[in-house]
Design a protein around this ligand. Structure first.
Ligand code: SAM
Length: 187
């Protein structure tokens, strides 16, 4: 498992408030559930997406962060040179035009801060050039949520949820035949 030793952020490009409401919300929840540390929203500013992600983290625990970024390309240019410690970060761009994730996974550097970029509308050529890895989850068009889930599961691997999602108000108790939730609030 690479998290939490490797900080993993997901950058959601080109969000459209009305059209992408649900899919962007699900993208952030998928990022959280599969072990990313942060989702960064770009495109149209949308407090409701940020509210959803914060509310799920408050209820279900963990240290997941989220924020809006008005200048995502500037962020990527900077990150490709300096991840905040004077050394380049790793940029992974999920795109159906990229190399197969099965073949590329072992060549992706571990231990450095990573930004995983997913698109919405058309992604600019500069993203392809800035990325250290343009990775496809199959070469057919599908969804940013599916692509992110498959990539994170294969790159980070199974999470120990009891360690990863500490704090919070409730915890799901896995059950064969019913919905069971444990309240973690103070007595
Ligand atoms: N190109 C379409 C458009 O302009 O509306 C939609 C792009 S697609 C629905 C949105 C994002 O899903 C892509 O930018 C990419 O990050 C991800 N995606 C879709 N299919 C993928 C695949 N086969 N492999 C990796 N990522 C994929």
């Amino acid at each position: 498992m690479s998290a939490p030793s490797q900080r993993v952020s997901v950058l959601r490009l080109g969000h459209r408030r009305e059209r992408d409401k649900r899919i962007t919300s699900h993208l952030g929840l998928t990022a959280r559930a599969f072990g990313a540390n942060e989702v960064i929203l770009a495109g149209e500013e949308d407090e409701s997406a940020l509210d959803t992600w914060r509310s799920v983290s408050d209820r279900f625990g963990g240290d997941f962060e989220c924020r809006y970024e008005p200048k995502p390309m500037a962020l990527l240019r900077r990150f490709s040179q300096d991840a905040g410690d004077g050394h380049p970060g790793i940029i992974v761009h999920l795109t159906m035009y990229g190399e197969s994730w099965r073949e590329s996974l072992n060549s992706i550097e571990r231990g450095r801060p990573m930004v995983i970029v997913v698109g919405g509308t058309k992604v600019s050529g500069e993203v392809f050039r800035l990325a250290n890895h343009n990775i496809s989850i199959g070469n057919q068009p599908h969804s940013e949520v599916a692509a992110l889930g498959v990539f994170l599961e294969s790159f980070i691997g199974p999470l120990d949820e009891s360690k990863h999602f500490q704090g919070g108000e409730i915890q799901v108790v896995p059950s064969l035949d019913r919905k069971q939730v444990m309240s973690l609030g103070e007595e």
